[in-house]
Design a protein around this ligand. Structure first.
Ligand code: CMX
Length: 138
């Protein structure tokens, strides 16, 4: 079951350069930063009420986010939905014929298990499912 929009991913050239806008201009609180080597990105989470904004900066030229920025420029990259039992959700989506990028969960930021649906299967939107180990991502 989908619990909420966990976060919205925004691709940027440089987290350092855009942080003043998100923190000082928009007044969002920085919750943490980390590098997710597996995804080739540095990420920063900003709290926006019940949901978060995830700034994504590529740390590798081959990463999905680097390719996205090269083709489309900076902007909204993905929508992440918090779910329970991500393995079951992937199974159900596959049964509905939905093309998954990840057919098994992988490790994402904040210790979450994540899996992406292909944007072609979701009306041009890259959708991420995420589940915090031991429960829904908070
Ligand atoms: N949102 C919507 N559509 C997207 C997209 C995005 N973020 N990224 C790519 N696409 C579209 C492209 O426009 C293209 O469409 P057309 O064929 O109509 O031109 C199609 O998807 C294929 O894109 P591509 O550039 O040819 O292929 P890529 O090699 O870049 O792969 C994708 C695209 C989605 C499969 C790849 O980016 C991927 O596997 N993403 C999942 C992992 C990821 O995004 N990780 C970063 C976030 C990590 C985190 O949050 O921790």
């Amino acid at each position: 079951m989908v619990k909420k929009v966990d976060h919205i991913g925004v691709a940027v050239h440089s987290i350092e350069e855009v942080l003043p806008f998100y923190q000082e201009t928009l007044g969002l609180k920085l919750e943490g930063m980390e590098t997710v080597e597996e995804q080739g990105v540095k990420v920063a989470f900003l709290k926006a009420g019940e949901t978060k904004i995830e700034l994504l900066e590529p740390v590798s030229k081959e990463s999905a986010v680097a390719r996205f920025i090269e083709k489309r420029g900076e902007g909204i990259h993905h929508l992440a939905l918090a779910v329970d039992d991500i393995g079951m959700r992937i199974h159900e989506l596959k049964e509905h014929g939905i093309k998954m990028i990840d057919e098994t969960p992988r490790n994402g930021a904040g210790g979450a298990s994540i899996a992406f649906l292909h944007p072609k299967a979701a009306n041009g939107v890259l959708v991420e499912l995420c589940e915090k180990k031991g429960g829904t991502v908070s």
